[in-house]
Design a protein around this ligand. Structure first.
Ligand code: CP3
Length: 359
């Protein structure tokens, strides 16, 4: 047995202690009795229980206090009944650990007041010791695993290097991330230096998340779809590939590169076990592009959770029919919106749980 296989087997026997391992079995390509379901950004403002903690503590207090992060992570498991927990944190804790100030401003979103614009700015950025700077995340993971007590698997995550560069250079959210792109196109060497530093930090960060107990990890490339296919390969996928390769002997990885459907074939070739897709591509077409081995995750339009419940049920059923049996994790095509009623989120989850494929 190769080293790779024996490590996966050890992990496998640990996972058998999970009462619900549908998500992990789906990622391994096994046929499951029903499709597993979770929602991106499932711990958040649509939950009244989250809003209570939001009144009392700042965003980074909630991320950095393991007891709070744990309580928030468990909320959607208890309230909505999803088949996986996802660590409550944010992709921007990595730029923070690398030395940049990150603020989260109500109604404005994330702001990085001193973004990277020049070679000089790059000197302020370092590849940190992740245990020193992000130890609170690993403490939270250990606590969450203990509190979950095997009910469902725990998903760890990080932002893709390209998406993190977008924020680190633009300094705030944007529809186009034009300043981030301008930096990459005018200062390619600096851009690649920064992308490599983010990649090295992310590899160390995700490896520690796995050591602390994460059962799988997702890489969020929310802005991957802003790049054409060649730029996506050059500025994003080559760094994601390094991350997937570094984790291949540990837990399954999921790549979610929103809008980058044109590169599903290349994403599948990284060896990642799961690929997230948004609602702008038909499941059948995504399957054709990605091939038959990988598990697809998605792809319900998050705004459709604002429809009346009977419409949600009908549309979720149509989505499950379109994906067909096996190799599918039901999810939204992007994060849940803050004004979605909780019973609509529950209708999404329940419809998946009640559905059975005719095989
Ligand atoms: O999925 C989960 O439930 C886990 C928690 C999670 C958060 N952010 C918590 C959060 C995850 C996985 C993220 C990832 C994240 N963060 C991404 C990638 C996924 C995506 O949605 O595209 C991005 C681009 C960010 C950066 C970020 N963080 C933005 C743009 C914002 C502001 C927009 C918003 O939703 O308010 C945040 C803040 C943030 N991260 C909140 C939460 C629950 C809202 C904070 C609050 O107001 O309480």
């Amino acid at each position: 047995m190769s080293k790779n296989n024996s490590l996966l087997t050890t992990r496998h026997s640990l996972n058998t202690m999970l009462q619900n391992d549908l998500l992990l079995r789906a990622l391994r390509g096994e046929v499951t009795e029903r499709t597993p379901v979770w929602m991106m950004r499932q711990a958040g403002r649509y939950l009244p229980e989250y809003r209570v903690l939001r009144e009392k503590y700042s965003f980074f207090e909630r991320c950095q206090t393991p007891e709070l992060a744990c309580e928030i992570t468990l909320q959607p498991v208890d309230i909505v009944g999803v088949d996986a927990a996802i660590l409550f944190s944010d992709i921007l804790v990595v730029p923070q650990a690398m030395g940049l100030e990150v603020q989260l401003i109500e109604s404005k979103g994330p702001v990085l007041p001193d973004p990277i614009k020049t070679a000089n700015d790059l000197n302020r950025v370092r590849v940190p010791d992740v245990n020193e700077t992000l130890g609170y995340v690993f403490d939270a993971i250990r606590l969450i695993k203990q509190e979950l007590n095997g009910r469902v698997p725990l998903i760890g995550f990080a932002g893709a290097p390209w998406t993190l560069l977008c924020y680190m250079v633009q300094g705030k959210g944007s529809k186009t991330f034009d300043e981030a792109k301008a930096f990459c196109y005018t200062e390619p060497e600096l851009a690649h230096q920064l992308l490599q530093m983010i990649t090295d930090t992310t590899i160390a960060y995700l490896k520690e998340q796995v050591k602390a107990g994460a059962d799988t990890v997702q890489i969020f490339d929310s802005w991957g779809g802003l790049l054409g296919p060649d730029d996506f390969e050059n500025l994003s996928l080559r760094y994601i590939r390094q991350i997937v390769t570094a984790l291949k002997d540990t837990v399954p990885t999921i790549i979610f590169a929103k809008g980058a459907w044109h590169s599903l074939d290349n994403m599948a070739a990284t060896g990642a076990q799961g690929l997230g897709i948004d609602w702008c591509i038909k499941p059948q077409m995504a399957r054709q592009l990605a091939g038959n081995k990988v598990t697809l995750q998605g792809n319900f339009d998050p705004a459709k959770l604002l429809s009346p419940i009977p419409v949600i049920k009908k549309e979720v059923t149509a989505m499950l029919d379109a994906f067909g049996p096996g190799h599918h994790i039901a999810n939204l095509g992007h994060g849940i919106l803050p004004h979605v009623p909780v019973d609509h989120a529950r209708a999404f989850v329940d419809t998946v749980k009640e559905y059975r494929h005719k095989i």
